[in-house]
Design a protein around this ligand. Structure first.
Ligand code: ADP
Length: 369
């Protein structure tokens, strides 16, 4: 009898082992106590490292994170492991063997023991360098276009205002109305373009907070003064009680002024029942202080509340009373607050009013990364 060819053994690998082999992404498995990491094939094939024991340690990994990202990542991971969330995700630059840094999206899942202590992390690196470069090129383009648009728009606005003021002779009523509409539209367009420009710069991290010793009370008073003409038109008064503890803090005055300006213009814009009072307060705590702006305006419907910091979002009740908004103001405010190492939030009841808050540290030491 001749021997029959032996059957190939049925694959005994677990689905996890097969996925680790099949994927293009780097998969890692980190034993936190031992500080040991195991990697799958793409770490060697894609990032170019040899298979040596030296690379199987946490120290090797962290020493290959870009120095400008390393501290942020270390802080984020510490907070994650000490907290109770199971997933952490971050974008950072990781060094390849050829000396080039690639952008990666690292997503980790932590396994904790019975006492909640983090013992193991399984995660993956997705190389997002191409996507990052495309995003950057798009942002640069938007930034350039917005910048180029501002100059001709300012010319339209200036001549419109001059016509409106009668600099070239008094206009007959038939012409004055369309000229005023045209001028107002050019002002709105300039504001829109400025917001888009600021947003694209903030998204590219091209704006970094420059702290300077500032009197927050004076900064707020200046913002109120700028809005005086609209306030008296709308019969709105502002009550503001200065707070001596914030008369000398290290914040970026321009960025913070922009946040206050946006909050205040919204409060004025969405206050329909007049006369009315908008209340500004400053509450100091140990490490931070909070500026709050309260109005008795239209409020934000409950179903809209989770969306108002998203770009271009406007609640229905706002669209009904004011068709000039863009829905960019609060998104911009959120980015500005992040670049000042602060945070923004609000409380609101529809038809009753809203309070918007800005919390800032007494000292903004670094810009957003
Ligand atoms: P907009 O240009 O529409 O004012 P924002 O981004 O500044 O854009 O605000 C987004 C939306 O949040 C507004 O359209 C409105 O629905 C809501 N909102 C913001 N501030 C207030 C406020 N003080 N009172 C009521 N609604 C507000």
């Amino acid at each position: 009898m001749t021997d029959r060819p032996k059957k190939q053994p049925v694959a005994t690998a677990s689905p996890f082992e097969l996925v680790v082999k099949a994927t293009n992404d780097v998969i890692y498995d980190l034993d936190i106590e031992l500080g040991k990491v195991s990697w799958n094939e793409p770490l060697y094939s894609h990032y170019g490292y040899p298979k040596t024991a030296a690379i199987n340690t946490v120290e090797w990994w962290t020493s290959h994170i870009h120095p400008e990202d390393a501290l942020r990542i270390e802080n984020e991971i510490t907070t994650w492991l000490e907290g109770d969330l199971s997933i952490w995700e971050a974008k950072y630059r990781f060094l390849k063997a050829n000396g080039q840094y690639n952008y990666i999206r690292d997503r980790g899942y932590v396994i904790r023991d019975g006492a909640g202590k983090a013992v193991r992390i399984i995660g993956s690196f997705l190389d997002i360098t191409k996507q990052h470069e495309l995003d950057r090129a798009k942002d640069e383009f938007i930034s350039l276009v917005s910048h180029q648009l501002r100059t001709p728009l300012t010319v339209v606005r200036t001549y419109g205002e001059m016509l409106d003021m009668g600099t070239f002779g008094k206009l007959p009523q038939k012409q004055a109305v369309p000229v005023k509409k045209m001028t107002d539209a050019s002002i709105r367009l300039i504001e829109l373009v400025s917001d888009i420009l600021s947003i694209s710069r903030l998204e590219m991290n091209a704006i970094v907070a420059r702290p300077a010793i500032t009197d927050v009370n004076q900064l707020i008073s200046e913002q109120i003064d700028q809005l005086r003409p609209i306030l008296s038109d709308k019969k709105i008064t502002i009550s503001f009680t200065p707070q001596s503890l914030v008369s000398s803090v290290a914040i970026d005055p321009e960025l913070v002024a922009q946040i206050i300006h946006n909050f205040l213009t919204n409060s004025i814009r969405y206050t329909v029942n007049q006369p009315a009072t908008i209340k500004i307060m400053i509450t100091p705590t140990k490490d931070n202080f909070t500026i709050s702006i309260t109005d008795n305006g239209i409020g934000i419907p409950e179903n809209a509340q989770e969306h108002v910091f998203q770009r271009f979002y406007r609640a229905n009740n706002a669209e009904n009373i004011e068709n000039h908004g863009t829905g960019l103001g609060l998104y911009l405010v959120k980015l500005l607050a992040e670049s000042c190492r602060g945070r923004v939030w609000f409380t609101s009841v529809e038809s009753k009013g809203s309070t918007f808050y800005l919390e800032l540290p007494y000292s903004t030491t670094l810009g957003r990364k």
